[in-house]
Design a protein around this ligand. Structure first.
Ligand code: COA
Length: 204
């Protein structure tokens, strides 16, 4: 439902000045869609993995939801997951690994994130043929349920289609029932396999 907050919003291409917002939005939605602030001792930990590198390395596929003052949501994608992984290894992980080198895991999700930074999850080869792209969408609670999630996804799918991408996939936390319902409602197919919850859509 549109209310005074959601009516004022608009979607635009992400810019370098959005970097802090990408970290914050990621943190505040990183616990299966809800606030994970208490679960990480460094608030940037989830953003290093799931948000910041997308804005930095694939800006053409990074869009934010702007409330006139700051970004309150984003959709981020890469057209070629395997190529992105190689690029992260070269241009992203080395600096992040140095930054977190002295961080001792204390909060509940620290160790998991540090493990992923040390040894990033490898792409699933069986997805490459039909669904080479992947995306992340995260909207802060104040901007949810106003139709902006749908508009963000449509903006991203248009950008991927224009780039000639065949299909897109995304991983979902098994406990994020709301997100699963949202993707199914938007025509994504549940192609979960090997214990991984994955939704996908063909674009061509
Ligand atoms: C999931 C999320 C992106 C959805 O965005 P949103 O702005 O709240 O959703 P919208 O208002 O755009 O909903 C779009 C449509 O999906 C429907 N929908 C939303 N959630 C649904 C659900 N759980 N089941 C069925 N339909 C759903 C809406 O009714 C709406 O339908 P309509 O366009 O036909 O009227 C957003 O809630 C969010 O960011 N949550 C926290 C972070 C997160 O979980 N991200 C996903 C990680 S995988």
């Amino acid at each position: 439902m549109m209310n005074d907050t959601t009516r004022r919003l608009h979607i635009r291409q992400a810019e370098p000045r959005d970097a802090d917002a990408l970290f914050e939005i990621c943190l505040r939605t990183a616990d299966s869609g809800t606030d994970a602030t208490a679960l990480y001792s460094d608030p940037k930990l989830p953003g290093y993995i799931w948000a910041a590198p997308y804005g930095a390395l694939e800006p053409n596929f990074a869009f934010v939801l702007d409330n006139g003052e700051r970004a309150v949501g984003y959709v981020l994608a890469v057209p070629d997951t395997a190529a992105f992984e190689a690029r992260l290894e070269r241009d992203w992980w080395p600096a992040v690994r140095k930054t977190v080198a002295t961080l001792m895991p204390k909060a509940a999700l620290d160790a998991g994130a540090l493990g992923r930074i040390a040894k990033p999850e490898a792409h699933l080869p069986w997805l490459a043929e039909h669904y080479p792209a992947h995306l992340h969408i995260n909207v802060l609670p104040e901007a949810q349920s106003g139709g902006w999630g749908r508009r963000l996804i449509e903006t991203e799918l248009d950008a991927l289609r224009r780039a000639g991408v065949r299909g897109v996939h995304l991983g979902v936390s098994p406990t994020n029932e709301r997100a699963k319902g949202f993707y199914a409602h938007l025509g994504f197919e549940d192609i979960s396999r090997d214990g991984r919850v994955i939704y996908a859509k063909r674009l061509a």
